[in-house]
Design a protein around this ligand. Sequence first.
Ligand code: FUB
Length: 339
Amino acid sequence: MPEDSIEHIDFEKLNERAISQPLVSHLFTADPSAHVFDGKIYIYPSHDIDAGIPFNDNGDHFGMEDYHVFSMESVNSEVVDHGVALHVNDVPWAERQLWAPDAAHKDGNYYLYFPAKNHEGIFQIGVAVSASPTGPFVAEKSPIKGSYSIDPAVFEDSDGSYYLYFGGIWGGQLQKYRDNVYDAENQEPLAHETALCPKIAKLTDNLLELAESPLDVQILDEAGNLLLAGDNERRFFEAPWLHRYNGKYYFSYSTGDTHYICYATGDSPYGPFTYQGQILQPVVGWTTHHSICEVAGKWYLFYHDSSLSEGVTHLRSIKMTEIFYDAAGKIQPIVPYTR
Ligand code: FUB
């Protein structure tokens, strides 16, 4: 739902028609990464604030400064806010804009992965560690070597390997990189050229570093060709996420300026992934960002919209709703507001 149509929305009606209500209403929250750790649901979202920064195409108005972690005993239970888990002032290398985070658990430690702009205005990805899933987390002194851009998502495979996915174009700066090298002059490819790919790198055993140089996550069309940069309804924009269902790997992501959450499937965490369809239709607000998590044998989409703030695009609220697969493993698309 593009921002310019906001003035025509009757928010009272829209909220009545919403298929789910905000999980948190005392803060604005977005980009929810959900996990079940030791039988309990933990949500790692961005914490939206109005930093008073004018809107621009770089997304500088998304001026977030800290993270809160939320937990739930079960899908219908109260959502508990565990307070500030990490603040930008406690990250030696970061200056501003704590964007979409994710978390992982290994051997009794919890790892919070987060993007932030460094003192040169370049996004990198950091990691912070805690003995508790709710923090507080202690940030490593430097960003993860070789990391760049935004929206880290960590996937733990059944063999105990962990993979970091990341990337986002436009404000997320992915278009400035080719072969993992930054050049401020680099731009998005032209419409007839292949789209930029999100990135994957295996993590080292201690989960603090990349075990390899980031590789492209290829998203192919039905004919086996890479999606094109001009295919705005299907190409990757930001918000990578990986989950496994019935032995298949599902790579999902946001298409940004066309406001869909889409997915593609493959046989390896590295891909290639073949485009399958949309998971979530546009929500109120410009951004859309999600995670997919299995809880007690059912599958849930965690997502956000800006309905609580009546359309303010950088003041969002996290939500969740159940998703369903058909017999062939296709995800039934979610329409976030009933008609
Ligand atoms: O929350 C800031 C940015 O907005 C995220 O990093 C993007 O995925 C988009 O949701």
